[in-house]
Design a protein around this ligand. Sequence first.
Ligand SMILES: [Zn+2]
Length: 119
Amino acid sequence: MSGDAPIEDLGGGWYRTPGGKKVQGRKAAEEKAEIEEELDARLEAAGLRGADIDELAIVVGSWHGRPNYRCGHCPHADLNLERMREHVILTHLPAPGPQPGPMIIRTDRFGNELAPEEG
Ligand SMILES: [Zn+2]
C-alpha cells in the first residue's frame, strides 16, 4: 500500500477515505487516510488485521448511560470507539519494522522464487 490511495470526492465538501470513512474537508480526509494507513500497518505487523475490540483489549463499560471504552493496557478511556481503537493501536501496538519499500522477491530465470540471501 502506498501513501497515494485514492480519496473519493463525494461532493459538498465531503470525502471518503481509502478506509471508507466519510470526512468533511479534503485536508481532514488526507489526515484521516494517513492515520488509517498507520493503523493498518501496525495491525498487519501485529497479526491483528480485522481484530475485534476484544482482541484489541478494549473494555466496554458505561458512563452516564453511554458506552464508555476503556483501554485494557492503561487507564485511558474514551467515549468514542474509533478514537479508542486508534489509541490502542498507536500507543500499544509496536510500530512496524523498517521496511517501507516494496518487498523484493528474487527469482531465477524461470520465475521461481529464490530464498533470501543470508548475511
Ligand atoms: Zn492505553
